[in-house]
Design a protein around this ligand. Structure first.
Ligand code: NDP
Length: 266
């Protein structure tokens, strides 16, 4: 049988861990697949490239998640609801879109017990899908964001929201999450330190979606002696779930995780 080709579409893609994660899993599970990286400059070309290169499945990263949503012929119910696609499977020339970031995040925070109220710092694309999955799972999500514009969608969906200026600390939050890219390529905190000084003391745990480095946010959380975790588990779990879609559920979550997590130790 011919090898099936998979890829990550994004710009940039040179630092992505996805090729290593998926290729280790193909190898370890004896699946005849190969995963490459494709730097796509023009997101409107996503569907054409998919079909032209005969790609069997793809992950889509910054800045093409919205194009990915539009490129699909069929959308899974959850992807449709949250308006974001990060995984596409090609079935007989038809593109099927899924979102695995949000369930990946949900799984990543499941190790923290007795969490009910979650505070998101940031309201971008990742926060969008994740807030919905968390609410569906019974968490109460509050969102603080720098710009007011991005909060409109959340207000419509009846989330409790604040800008930095309007924030008032009148309830404690069990889990505080950095959902922004603050700290990724700079040394900035996701919100003014005065807000963090209010919310961190009563938090039970802190999570960052950024992975592979200790951000100023996680550093501060550690100063408050909070249990912390970066975005590595989220990355791993979204990859495992995507792999299940790619391979038509032939393998269990644990089997895939066992192979895929080697990418984080190499
Ligand atoms: P978006 O571009 O959609 O949103 C960015 C958000 O960050 C906005 O809310 C923006 O606020 C805020 N922001 C950016 N810089 C700052 C700053 N200096 N101070 C305060 N707020 C800031 O990004 P995504 O949602 O796609 O990605 C967010 C993060 O999630 C990234 O770091 C990405 O790497 C990470 N990620 C991790 C994954 C994983 O598997 N671990 C998966 C997907 C994403 P404003 O509205 O004011 O501009």
């Amino acid at each position: 049988m011919m090898k099936k080709l998979f890829t990550i579409f994004g710009n940039p893609v040179s630092h992505s861990k996805s090729p290593l994660m998926h290729n280790l899993s193909f190898q370890g599970l004896n699946y005849n697949g190969c995963y490459i990286r494709y730097k796509l400059e023009d997101g409107t070309q996503l569907k054409n490239k998919f079909l032209e290169l005969n790609i069997a499945g793809a992950n889509i990263t910054v800045p093409h998640k919205e194009h990915a949503f539009n490129a699909c012929d069929e959308l899974d119910e959850f992807a449709q609801k949250v308006g974001a696609v990060n995984t596409i499977v090609n079935r007989d020339g038809k593109l099927y879109g899924y979102n695995t970031d949000a369930p990946g995040f949900l799984k990543a925070i499941s190790e923290f017990k007795n969490i009910k109220k979650v505070l998101f710092l940031g309201a971008g694309g990742t926060a969008q899908s994740t807030s919905v999955v968390l609410r569906d799972a019974g968490y109460e999500v509050t969102i603080i964001n720098r710009s007011a514009g991005r909060l409109e969608r959340y207000i419509k969906e009846e989330f409790s929201t604040f800008t930095f200026e309007s924030f008032v600390y009148n309830e404690s939050y069990d889990l505080v999450v950095n959902m922004t890219s603050a700290g990724l390529e700079d040394d900035s905190l996701p919100c003014p330190i005065e807000i963090l000084k209010q919310v961190l003391p009563s938090a039970k745990a802190c999570v960052d979606v950024i992975y592979g480095k200790e951000t100023p946010f996680l550093k501060l959380a550690k100063e408050y002696n909070k249990p912390t975790k970066d975005g590595s588990d989220m990355l791993l779990y979204q990859g495992v779930i995507a792999f299940q879609y790619f391979t038509n559920n032939q393998f269990s979550f644990e089997e895939i995780k066992d192979k895929m997590q080697k990418a984080f130790t190499l």
